[in-house]
Design a protein around this ligand. Structure first.
Ligand code: PMT
Length: 416
């Protein structure tokens, strides 16, 4: 995006509060960003903030003689390599669809020859309104890129399709235009995610085993969230009683050794691997063939280390984006960062565990770490938490592939 000139048009929706971050993300990729706001946008975000992050005075008024003298609106329309409108309200979409130009932003859209991309944001019922959908179709048929919206919690307190894509997703959509329709519909469309979940059982004899308190709830919730984000999901599961989410493929395993071999058998097409299983760290060396008799007063078992499933995936030369979990009883941050480093992971999700903490319960709280960032998720239902985790993992994954491939800005996304 080096030196690409982007007009960021901001219209008046609550998602405007995310635009300073979007400006920062675009600028960190080397773009020059000229912010243009509508009158209602500045009800949600200040011109002072936008000027500070963009480094340029914010344009808002078609009739501002000083600004026009410095660079007239036609000149500005020619200057742009891309016009990006985020958030795009139902109102701005209607104006664009009608070709009307009552303000600076819509005038620029008529006057520019640069591609235009919009990131709609509105209440989910508004988004599904026939009038809005017709405008959407009309804009798309004229070659505008429609980025999103995303599904999730809305400022109005409801839940549905209508959230503006996160700034990282918008930047990724501009960088990887082929991914735009996929990102627009579901951020992980076309991707394969493998998740391990639940406990393992390490046999002592033919009827007894060593295991742990994992119920599988966290891993299964992640599987459902990844499926909802559009991914094909493989769930490699230890023995659990949690129902299998629809449209998720499950591979049943019992011991750590089983889990290791099933994971490696099906890893070929996996884009993202998430190790949420509580895999045993030790297994019994000599498993007795029948049931051990309780005649002796004491029983000693020789244990040896199991193979580490997660670390083995992260060691592969063409490894998927690899996310581990860290279950700790203390020093959460320190131990999690140690595992991130030692196991060579892209990300680690750390939770405190104990009786009724992390394990078995319906709720959980986590800290997530990756190189260059961290995020904290307070206690929430595991399915809600899983949605947020999948959104974060998806964003980091998309960032990593756009950084890895160093994709040049395509002509269809931004004018050369
Ligand atoms: O299943 P629930 O009841 O919902 O509980 C959820 C959970 C607490 C099990 C889950 O949130 C969690 O923390 N899972 C990881 C548990 C664990 O084994 O953590 P660990 O810190 O011991 O292991 C670190 C990572 O290495 C984990 O990703 C683990 O899957 C992986 N590992 C460990 C050992 C091994 N032999 N192979 C592995 O892949």
């Amino acid at each position: 995006m080096q030196k690409k000139k982007i007009i960021l048009g901001i219209s008046g929706g609550i998602a405007a509060y995310k635009t300073p971050e979007l400006v920062r993300r675009l600028k960190s990729r080397g773009a020059e960003v000229q912010v243009v706001v509508t009158r209602s946008a500045i009800e949600f975000v200040t011109e002072t903030t936008l000027q500070a992050v963009s480094g340029l005075p914010v344009r808002s008024n078609l009739w501002d003689t000083n600004a026009e003298a410095a660079m007239g609106h036609i000149e500005l329309a020619r200057w742009a390599d891309l016009v990006l409108i985020a958030p795009a309200t139902a109102e701005i979409m209607a104006r664009l669809a009608a070709g009307s130009a009552p303000d600076l932003l819509t005038t620029l859209c008529l006057a520019t020859e640069a591609p235009i991309a919009i990131a709609p944001a509105m209440n989910h019922v508004m988004w599904s309104n026939v009038a809005v959908q017709k405008n959407r179709d009309r804009l798309e048929s004229r070659g505008m890129q429609i980025l999103g919206p995303a599904h999730g919690d809305q400022a109005c307190g409801e839940n549905g399709l209508g959230r503006m894509l996160e700034p990282d997703d918008i930047v990724a959509a501009i960088l990887v235009p082929k991914a735009v329709p996929e990102i627009a519909a579901k951020p992980l469309s076309g991707k394969t995610v493998m998740i391990t979940a639940g406990p393992t059982r390490e046999a002592i004899d033919s009827v007894r085993y060593i295991s742990n308190r994992s119920s599988g709830k966290m891993g299964y919730a992640l599987a459902a969230a990844a499926r909802d984000a559009g991914a094909k999901v493989m769930l490699v599961s230890g023995p659990v009683a949690v129902p299998l989410p629809e449209n998720v493929v499950r591979f049943d395993t019992e011991s750590a050794a089983d889990m290791y071999s099933v994971v490696h058998q099906h890893l070929e097409s996996v884009d993202i691997f998430i190790g949420a299983a509580a895999v045993a760290d030790f297994h019994v060396v000599d498993v007795a063939a029948g049931k051990i008799k309780k005649t002796a007063k004491e029983l000693s078992l020789d244990l040896e280390r199991t193979k580490d499933v997660l670390a083995s995936v992260a060691r592969l030369p063409d490894r998927p984006f690899t996310v581990g979990f860290a279950a700790e009883t203390d020093n959460l941050r320190e131990y999690a960062l140690g595992k991130l480093e030692r196991k060579n992971l892209h990300m680690i999700v750390a939770n405190l565990v104990g009786k009724n903490l992390g394990f078995e319960t319906d709720r959980n709280a986590v800290e997530v770490f990756w190189r260059g960032g961290e995020a904290s998720f307070p206690i929430a239902a595991k399915d809600k938490l899983a949605e947020d985790l999948v959104a974060l993992i998806g964003t980091q994954y998309l960032e990593s592939i756009s950084a890895d491939t160093q994709i040049e800005l395509p002509t269809i996304a931004i004018r050369d």
